[in-house]
Design a protein around this ligand. Structure first.
Ligand code: FES
Ligand code: FE2
Length: 388
């Protein structure tokens, strides 16, 4: 498949599943060795893959103005993204060219980056602009000592970067819908950690087989158990989670079907980013391995709605029947349930019970994740563990 299904095709497939009590099924099952979550060599190879891949760094909405910047680590490397006076976003290694200190922390808006250590100052384009007491550096090659820029591209409402200086930042999303609409504003950004392997955390987004068991009082009342459309385009996956409100589209002509408030799309922007569409919001989650059993996740919530934060109680559009505050509270409660499940899985990895984990036919998005990861690592000479 080279493109995602249209919204109407997704809805038709969901209705067909509802009528038959089915869901999208993969051809077979997948066994993933537990060693792939516990082997330091495998973990090191995955980090190297993350550094060498085009990965989504943040939504464009996190860098709205000239001078907007966002510093964070990506696969362990300190980076900073900044929007220049020319409107372009550049991503630099966040390391001073004097002695390597970070030149900026966190996010904000500024005209230049001033290293806290000795005051070397860089422009938004990375150029070295000022060195205090320059007689200490008589032969300084200023043009050659700007911040080190990495291949970067802004597309589909996201900023992509690769840490491979000779690599391509373009993730090849050409035919995709825009993931974060251009007019969306950032309303909330968060930065959290969990004591789990990064893949265990990623897996919690990618199947609907757990909706009834895990989300009995949160998502299950408004969604369905084990009822999804799962699509793959290259390394990427889109999984559709319908809401019960989708029934209201039945009996109406397909040309009038509007999916907002009727389903959630989760895009797995391989390897480590999820984009989820909700009524009122688009979420981005960047999943950053900190250690083999520790993961940082950065979340950005953007909205096309009026100014305010998602905790506001602005009236819902009548057809959505949920206010932004109610929606945000529900999503937070569901996420807490997913996180508890991920921690339980992580503890189970060490239990000795399983040599491999099994992803069933209705967990096709997880199968695709691991198949794609395995192939990408194999291309780098990393062989999988046996599952026998
Ligand atoms: S390390 Fe940045 S100015 Fe010295
Ligand atoms: Fe979940």
């Amino acid at each position: 498949m080279t493109a995602w299904l249209s919204d109407a095709e997704v809805v038709r497939r969901l209705f067909a599943h509802m009528d038959r009590g089915g869901t999208d099924l993969a051809e077979g099952v997948w066994r993933e060795p537990v060693a792939h979550y516990r082997s330091p060599d495998r973990y090191a190879a995955e980090l190297a893959l993350l550094r060498g891949s085009a990965t989504a760094f943040c939504p464009s909405a996190a860098l709205p103005d000239t001078g907007s910047h966002l510093a964070r680590t990506a696969a362990g490397t300190p980076l900073v993204a900044a929007r220049g006076a020319d409107g372009r976003v550049r991503v630099f290694r966040n390391a001073c060219r004097h002695r390597g200190a970070r030149v900026v922390e966190g996010d904000g808006c500024s005209k230049a980056f001033v290293c806290r250590y000795h005051g070397w100052t860089y422009g938004l384009d990375g150029a070295l602009r000022h060195v205090p007491h320059p007689d200490g550096f008589p032969d300084l090659d200023r043009p050659g000592r700007g911040l080190v820029a990495l291949p970067t591209i802004e597309t589909h409402g996201l900023v992509f970067v690769t840490q491979d200086p000779d690599g391509a930042a373009d993730p090849g999303l050409d035919e995709w819908p825009v993931l974060v609409p251009a007019g969306n504003r950032l309303v909330q950004a968060a930065d959290q950690e969990l004591p789990v392997n990064w893949k265990v955390f990623a897996e919690s987004f990618l199947e609907g087989y757990h909706i009834r068991s895990t989300h009995r009082d949160t998502f299950y009342p408004v969604q369905y158990d084990n009822l999804n459309v799962v699509e793959h385009v290259g390394p990427y996956t889109r999984i559709t989670f319908p809401y019960r409100a989708i029934e209201r589209l039945r009996g109406r002509p397909a040309a009038e079907w509007r999916i907002e408030g009727k389903l959630t799309y989760v895009y797995h922007v391989f390897p480590n980013v999820m984009i989820a569409t909700f009524p009122h919001f688009v979420f981005m989650v960047a999943i950053e391995p900190l250690a083999i059993d520790r993961t940082r996740f950065l979340t950005w919530i953007t909205t096309a709605g009026a100014r305010g934060d998602p905790a506001s109680d602005a009236p819902a559009e009548p057809r959505l029947r949920v206010t932004p505050a109610e929606g945000a509270a529900l999503i937070a409660a569901g996420a807490a349930e997913d996180n508890a499940a991920a921690i339980a899985v992580q503890e189970g990895l060490a239990s000795g019970a399983n040599a491999w984990l099994e992803f069933g036919r209705s967990e096709g998005a997880l199968q695709h994740f691991h198949r794609t990861l395995r192939a990408a690592l194999a291309a780098r000479g990393v062989a999988p563990e046996a599952t026998a």
